[in-house]
Design a protein around this ligand. Structure first.
Ligand SMILES: *Cc1c(COP(=O)(O)O)cnc(C)c1O
Length: 516
């Protein structure tokens, strides 16, 4: 047989020229990746989207190039425009994904090319690493695991790995739908009125609503009032009573996607169960998972193990590179209700393809989390969680001490949402009177920040549920997030000083236009 002209030639103990080149190229790629993460800047170059479009969109090449040429082109034109979340000035969003063990796991998952759709020939060992990770996550949340010998099929595991919280929430809604009306998987939706869900007003994540539309259940949401970014339990009780027989699920956020306030999970559980035992209880703990690691933080998610399903997003809170989420279920066998059958593949006990809706070929996403959890162990995970929460508390104290900023909530986790206060408020003008002025200033500050690309804070709209400016008003805050392991005191003061400087620049520009 002729030697294959692929980069890896098989069998030879001596490095062939191809293998030598492969090693050099891959080592170079790794160096590029490391250099990128270690650069201090978030962006090395910043251009408007249409400029980037015009720079990068090109026709399918009708010539060949060496990988060295392509890497050089990538390094010069693509990489400088990429966002580097590992920069210590990236302070606005979720995790930065730079745990070394997790990166090693991500790389090895690429190289090993296992396919978790099946176990026997496709991923003989990977499937059991995935099961191990799922069992670790369950244990952290307080879900009971069957003993090893009792794990004889994928339906004994009690969870699935998915690409993100959006997909985990979607699978949770499928479980809720099947629980409300068994057989819907086969017959389809015949009574859409039966698939209403209850969510907290103003703090939900869009994925839950989208999930309902994707699974054909119709977008029927009952939004229940909140106070301080948690359900008003009396209002929840009323909503359940008024909609008896229609509600398939109640969704609670263990860390919502704006202020990361953790729901009173036990309270929601008790009120819901008292109203109707059969309602599916889903907790979105994309952020709140962090509390499960630490004896000092775990009380914040008390009651979570009474929920029927829980979404967790290690790629948001565990220094794991994108993408990795899990959906965990209290009763493992509930996953049987959304099983797919195929005579082509997956006719085996440990084939995850059977219980992972929407996904066929399934890469080994869990290896990076296994590597991280193996290296950190319980004490390392606890330290990671406690350090991050402590940094959020320190930043909150800085916001409080700064006369030009005001904080909009008590930080439960890593998020601190705050606003810059225009100078007129320092002169005694009431906050409630001009929320729109505050919003204009903060939107301007955020736009400038994004365009500069030096510091990063996040921005969104939210209800002022704690009544700091005016209760119920829509505010556009800036958000700091303590998810970056490189954050030092200088970055916290640095970004706050920068916000204040931009606020002053906004005031100057308003003055110039005669508005302020
Ligand atoms: C981010 C987030 C999601 C969606 O997760 P992805 O991993 O982005 O798909 C769902 N719920 C909450 C509360 C989130 O913050």
């Amino acid at each position: 047989m002729e030697a294959p002209s692929v980069i890896f030639s098989a069998g030879s103990p001596v490095a062939s020229p191809d293998e030598g080149q492969a090693r050099r190229v891959l080592a170079h790629a790794l160096e590029l990746g490391l250099g990128f993460k270690l650069q201090p800047e978030i962006y090395r170059a910043r251009l408007p989207p249409t400029r980037i479009r015009d720079l990068l969109l090109s026709g399918l090449p009708d010539y060949t190039s060496s990988i060295e040429e392509v890497l050089a082109e990538f390094t010069d034109t693509v990489l400088p425009l990429c966002k580097n979340e590992a920069s210590p000035r990236f302070l606005g969003f979720g995790d930065t994904g730079d745990d070394v063990a997790a990166l090693a796991g991500g790389i090895l998952a690429l190289f090993t090319q296992q396919n978790l759709i099946n176990q026997s020939f496709d991923s003989p060992s990977a499937t059991f690493i995935e099961i191990t990770v799922l069992r670790w996550l369950r244990e952290l949340l307080g879900f009971a695991n069957p003993p090893t010998q009792a794990v004889t099929t994928v339906w004994d595991v009690g969870g699935i790995i998915t690409h993100g919280g959006t997909m985990s929430n979607t699978v949770a809604m499928m479980l809720a739908r099947e629980h409300a009306v068994p057989g819907t998987m086969d017959r389809g939706v015949t009574d859409p009125g039966r698939f209403t869900i209850i969510v907290p007003r103003g703090i939900g994540h869009y994925s839950v609503k989208s999930a309902l539309t994707w699974i054909g259940a119709g977008s029927q949401l009952i939004e229940v009032d909140t106070a301080g970014f948690r359900y008003d339990l009396a209002a929840l009780e009323r909503a359940l009573a008024e909609n008896r027989g229609r509600v398939m699920a109640v969704v609670a956020y263990a860390g919502d996607s704006r202020t990361q306030t953790i729901e009173n999970l036990q309270g929601v559980h008790d009120v819901t169960r008292a109203a109707d035992e059969r309602i599916w209880l889903h907790a979105d703990a994309c952020w709140g998972l962090l509390c499960a690691f630490s004896d000092h933080l775990r009380h914040k998610i008390a009651g979570i193990s009474g929920f029927d399903s829980v979404t967790v997003d290690p790629h948001k809170v565990m220094a794991v590179p994108y993408a990795l989420s899990a959906l965990l279920v209290r009763t493992p066998a509930s996953l049987r209700t959304i099983t797919s059958y195929s005579d082509l593949i997956m006719q085996e006990d440990f084939a995850f393809g059977q219980v992972t809706p929407f996904v066929g070929t399934k890469s080994w996403l869990s290896l990076k989390l296994w590597m991280l959890m193996r290296t950190h162990g319980r004490p390392g995970l606890a330290a990671m969680a406690e350090k991050r929460v402590a940094i959020a508390q320190r930043f909150a104290a800085l916001v409080d001490a700064c006369p030009r900023t005001i904080r909009l909530h008590e930080p439960d986790l890593l998020a601190v949402a705050f606003v810059y206060l225009p100078v007129s408020f320092a002169n005694g003008s009431s906050l409630a009177s001009d929320v729109e002025l505050v919003n204009r200033a903060n939107r301007w500050i955020h736009e400038r920040m994004l365009a500069e690309g030096i510091w990063h804070l996040h921005q969104f709209s939210m209800l002022d549920d704690a009544g700091i400016l005016r209760r119920g008003a829509t505010v556009h805050p800036l958000r700091f997030m303590a998810a970056n392991p490189c954050i030092e005191a200088e970055h916290m003061t640095g970004v706050l000083d920068h916000v204040v400087a931009l606020g002053r620049a906004w005031e100057a520009s308003e003055h110039a236009e005669g508005r302020a």
